[in-house]
Write a protein that binds this ligand. Structure first.
Ligand code: MTE
Length: 309
């Protein structure tokens, strides 16, 4: 696990939730002036109030979330990332931000995190392979970062790139995928408040196998859009290439919105298997936009979602 930077929030302040709520109650009683003395300055940057965007569904266990992964840089099996991702060095880390922005540059992760408010977001997570989980992420809205670097009016898309470091990522020494892994969003999707950059889950810094130290989470899209271990963000005028679309354009589109009515060419997307639900639990119906239609359906009004899959 990555060592905590001196400027990082103290992760133990985020959870266990009971402790945190307790502390908040104490703070409410003691008044805001006591914040520094009770909780330490780190707490000031964490807003772990249950987010309005969190689901009530019970989260998967930490074990399930951190041992059943897709991170092809470390191999093709679900157990490969937990086995091999420990080799990935995630400190120091910086993100290069370029393209149509006012303040391009290479930003150390500490600088990116310093002014942000970290929140817990408990999101449903639906993989295109028709399994799902509920994950308590810790992160902040991508829009906060984009606003800071100043998106220029001509920008229409946001492109993301994962670390390319074959000596630490055995999957990158093999063929199959044109590395580095790349993804993209339309700018309005990127600015939607549901879209977050996550730096942790439960009360942990982001485990390597889940995309340390910082990854995207876009909960109304299939999981492959939620690119891990981001080193570069570019604002572009044209729709950027994306890894799975480049590999299998008929199977994986740029949009990849969760849609029970548009099947994958090789399997149905109407239902899903909740990881950890047990052998006899039935499959659950998959929800349009993974249940986030109220927040995002308007982004696609008038679009043919069977064509723009
Ligand atoms: N990002 C990178 N760089 N490499 C990957 O292989 N897999 C994607 C996505 N992000 C992937 C990635 C897929 S297919 C899924 S379902 C999710 O990460 C899995 O995230 P999780 O392992 O945290 O559940």
């Amino acid at each position: 696990m990555r060592k905590t930077h001196s400027t990082d929030p103290s992760w133990s302040d985020v959870t266990p939730k009971a402790d945190f709520l307790n502390r908040r109650q104490i703070m409410a009683g003691a008044g805001a002036m006591a914040l520094g003395s009770i909780a330490g300055p780190a707490l000031a940057s964490i807003d772990a109030k249950p987010s309005a965007y969190s689901t009530d569904a019970a989260p998967n266990t930490l074990k399930e979330i951190t041992s059943y992964n897709n991170f092809y840089e470390f191999g093709w099996d679900k157990g490969d990332p937990v086995q091999y991702a420990g080799q990935m060095v995630t400190d120091p880390w910086s993100i290069e931000i370029d393209g149509l922005v006012d303040k391009p540059g290479t930003y150390p992760l500490d600088d990116i995190l310093k002014p942000v408010t970290l929140e817990q977001r408990i999101y449903r997570f639906r993989c295109v392979e028709a399994w799902s989980m509920v994950i308590p992420w810790i992160g902040f809205e991508l829009s906060a970062l984009l606003d800071r670097v100043g998106v220029q009016p001509s920008a229409k898309y946001v492109a993301f790139q994962t670390l390319y470091r074959p000596e630490q990522m055995p999957g990158q020494r093999q063929g199959g995928i044109d590395w580095p892994y790349v993804e993209g969003l339309r700018l309005d999707e990127a600015m939607n408040p549901l879209t977050i950059l996550a730096t942790g889950l439960y009360d942990e810094e982001m485990p390597n196998q889940n995309g340390a130290p910082i990854r995207l989470v876009v909960p109304w899209k299939y999981g492959f859009k939620s690119i891990k271990s981001i080193v570069k963000i570019s604002l572009t005028e044209k729709e950027p290439p994306t890894t799975w679309n480049r590999l299998q354009p008929r199977e994986y589109g740029f949009y990849a919105n969760v849609n029970p009515e548009v099947d994958h060419p090789r399997w149905s997307q109407a239902t899903e298997r909740r990881v950890g639900a047990g052998l006899f639990a039935g499959r659950e119906p998959t929800l349009m936009f993974n249940g986030y239609g109220e927040e995002v359906a308007s982004l696609y009004s008038g679009m043919n979602l069977a064509k723009f899959y």
